[in-house]
Design a protein around this ligand. Structure first.
Ligand SMILES: [Zn+2]
Length: 216
């Protein structure tokens, strides 16, 4: 069933020059919004040909879009317990080439929050997996909603996207909010000794499309 979410509007848009820890630099346009259903401060980063100011008319190619859930430890501090930082860095470069958006969603720890995520890590050190740990803490396995992401796309005038994600739940939820997924583009797999168990669990329990063969 498709249910178009309440209308959100663009609150601010401003150019932002980015430089990542590895030296990769790019110019983006960042958008904030009014009217997002969960009241959180989600951001859209427009990259490549989408980083020009929004103008009326002139059809452009279907944008490549990655909804990326905030991960303070991975995105900012480079934690190797997950692949979030590597995935964000990859998304910024690939979407810059293709033209599109990173939707930076403030739903840390699959929606359970930063402190709870750290508690889940502590439980994982005792041997339970990432999904079981969330359940043990009284949360659901994955509490993320992509309704606000769909609202942001609608506010940006985007109704059709190529989705950069391995996560079938993102595609399902966005479709149910009236976003047409023209194509689902898999992300790279960023395996390390510290995150291999986490990635195996995502593939098994979250139905993520991951090829976890370690590089030769
Ligand atoms: Zn992470």
């Amino acid at each position: 069933m498709t249910l178009r979410p309440p209308t959100a509007t663009i609150r601010t848009q401003v150019a932002l020059p980015l430089r990542f820890a590895d030296g990769f630099a790019t110019d983006v346009r960042v958008f904030s919004f009014d009217g997002l259903v969960d009241g959180r401060e989600h951001l859209a980063f427009a990259l490549g040909d989408r980083s020009a100011p929004l103008s009326v008319g002139g059809r452009r190619a279907v944008p490549l879009v990655r909804p990326h859930s905030e991960c303070l430890t991975g995105d900012v501090f480079g934690s190797q317990r997950c692949d979030c930082g590597a995935q964000l860095r990859e998304a910024v470069e690939r979407i810059g080439d293709a033209g599109g958006y990173v939707l930076y969603l403030r739903q840390e720890g699959r929606g359970i929050g930063l402190y709870s995520k750290l508690e889940a890590y502590a439980l994982q050190e005792a041997g339970v997996d990432t999904y079981e740990a969330n359940l043990a803490l009284g949360h659901r396995e994955d509490e993320r909603s992509y309704v606000a992401a769909a609202q942001m796309l609608h506010a940006l005038g985007v109704s059709e996207i190529a989705l950069l994600s391995n996560n079938p739940d993102k595609a399902r939820q966005l479709r149910s909010c009236g976003v047409t997924i023209v194509e689902q583009v898999p992300t790279g797999v960023h395996v390390s000794a510290a995150n291999i168990r986490y990635l195996e669990t995502k593939a098994r329990r979250g139905d993520h499309m991951l090829d976890l063969s370690l590089p030769a």
